[in-house]
Design a protein around this ligand. Sequence first.
Ligand code: DGJ
Length: 723
Amino acid sequence: MKHLFPALILLLGLSLQAAAEANISIATDHIQLVLKVKDNGRLYQTYLGERLSAQTDIGLLSQPYGRLSSTGIKGFEAYPVMGTEDYYEPAFELRHTDGHPTSILKYKGHTQEAGHTAITLQDDLYPITVVLHYEVFPREDIIRQWSEITHGEKGRVSIVRYASSMLYFEAPQYFLTEFSGDWAEEMRMSSQQLQYGKKIVDSRLGTRANMFASPFFEVGIGSPVSEDHGTVLMGTLAWTGNFRFTFEVDHDGALRVVSGINPDASTYILKKDDTFRTPDFIFTLSTEGTGLGSRRFQRWALAHRLYKGKDDRLTLLNNWENTYFDFDEKKLTDLFGEAKDLGVDLFLLDDGWFGNKYPRKDDHAGLGDWQVTRSKLPGGIPYLVKAANERGVDFGIWIEPEMVNPKSELAEQHPDWILKWDGREDYYFRNQLVLDLANPKVQDFVFGIVDSLMQENPRIKFMKWDCNSPITNIFSHYEKTEQGNLYVDYVRGLYSVLQRVQERYPDLYLMMCSGGGGRSDYEGLRYFTEFWCSDNTDPVERIFIQWGYSHFMPAKAMCAHVTNWNNRASVKFRVDVAFTGKLGFDIGLKGLSANDMAYCRQAIAEYNRLKPVIFSPELYRLVSPYDGEHCVLERVSEDRSQALVFAYDMHPRYGEQQLPVRLKGLNPDARYRVNEICLMPGQKSRLACSGRTFTGDYLMKVGVTLTSSGELVSHIVELKAEP
Ligand code: DGJ
């Protein structure tokens, strides 16, 4: 035994020696990330790009690039820590119990198994361990990355920054596309060239985290982002809370992309031996523009992430914009009949059904009191579910379980469950405050809202989970002296509730909603089957909003409803825009003409028939609304035997040239029968291509005319390969 110990040390030394030369390759079918342990024992990125053809070439990769070495920077460190020789934005920063502000993380070992790589880094001086995780989805060309941080120090260690990912690029120029906006203006795309220094895209709203900026970005590496050409990094943080992306161009022209939870006001006290797991950063690197990148994201989401990604979706009639808070049993049961007559699957009862001491007559009172308003709905929810089912539609219901109106019994009974500063004036957003989901008792309460509804009404099929306020007045009675943990613990509390809901009610369809599209992220979508893109349902605006989301999100996740916003647009135009997402209606049907009603019925039947194509991840964005006055989208079935083309004319200019649109993604050798579908009763197609047959080759090389000089005109065209 006495002699065994030095031998072990020798063995360990040898394996570390071997590790010091190790290349760690993380590759999908088309992307490759290579990390290398250098002789200082630290881990560096040596390559991120198209997958190398000869894997032996990995041995040729070297570091540092460019002039980095002259500064003392030793390369692109995979997880750089604040306070080391790299002067740029770090991935990680902490305070040890003795107040020391840094760590040097050295490679200790790694495992690679079934597409999952885990690399352990440790500090030589302090018991700090960081494990970098990478999971590859080879066929979808997606990489998912996260880190886990633990420490064994006795006392308070705080982690100040804790990125999920740090990636480096070297190119002559970089162009960022971001997706920003506000309520009713979600996913506005804008681009800029990145210059020396930092550009930050972040959120600090806590709950309704992506009201101003969405957690998605695209960076053109070497050239501006474009649909079909050029190298583009497309990334997203799977986190329903504050996020931050930092794009930093250094003195040497290298781009550093740091992605993670926003560290602002979130210095996290990490207990000894607890593991802090960062959210997933999910990315692809496409060498054929964003079109290919989007298809990769959509394929991945349907196969691996979106809840019920492979299942069907329910069309619905919602009563929000039709009745707002003004309804009773009679009105609702009439609407169930209308839903059936329209041909949708489900009726969704929105806000305004609860509260007795403070009935929810408008948005000033009642939030938090999840008992049905007896004076308004004497038969309760069971009566409504039964009545809906008897009329042949399923029943869904709206909740906003994370929130409370100060005018509510909940606020009176549990003031300590509410996030708010004591002794200061409260600031309300939509007359409400946020419950403290870091508190397990509040988590139980929130779970209990869903649970009691479901226990009482097991036939509820669908819930719309709303969230209308960011975190204002931030202070948690539960976190006490650890207020820096709150933003993170809130989101974790939310996930723990959603996990319980999913485990107990796996069949329930859930819509993530946040005063429009204030929440749309890939961690939330582990639990939600879909999300509400925006309260703005003006079809022209929706063309832009849905165009933006389509860069990352599959159609079946994107709720698109037909409403009365912009009734200058025909009902057909409004339906045709909603047709490309998860179709629903939120409109008084009695106000529709017989022709419009007939159109809607026919469109729903066509939608049901064509769902496999509409929900296919194979999206081709052919004409961008950002480039002019038209938008054309194409969805191709996965076997390429069928396709749908959606063409919209918004506000064409006088004398504008109408060029043929070249289709994409078809089988060049197949012959496709082209037919305009979803025509108004009695309407004949005016498209010259309708009713004719073309080869895929012709359609892709020559194209067909799909746009016109008409205002607010839409066409849906079906292509079927002939046997
Ligand atoms: C905001 C949502 O976006 C709307 O669809 C609606 O559900 C209201 N909240 C209800 O208060």
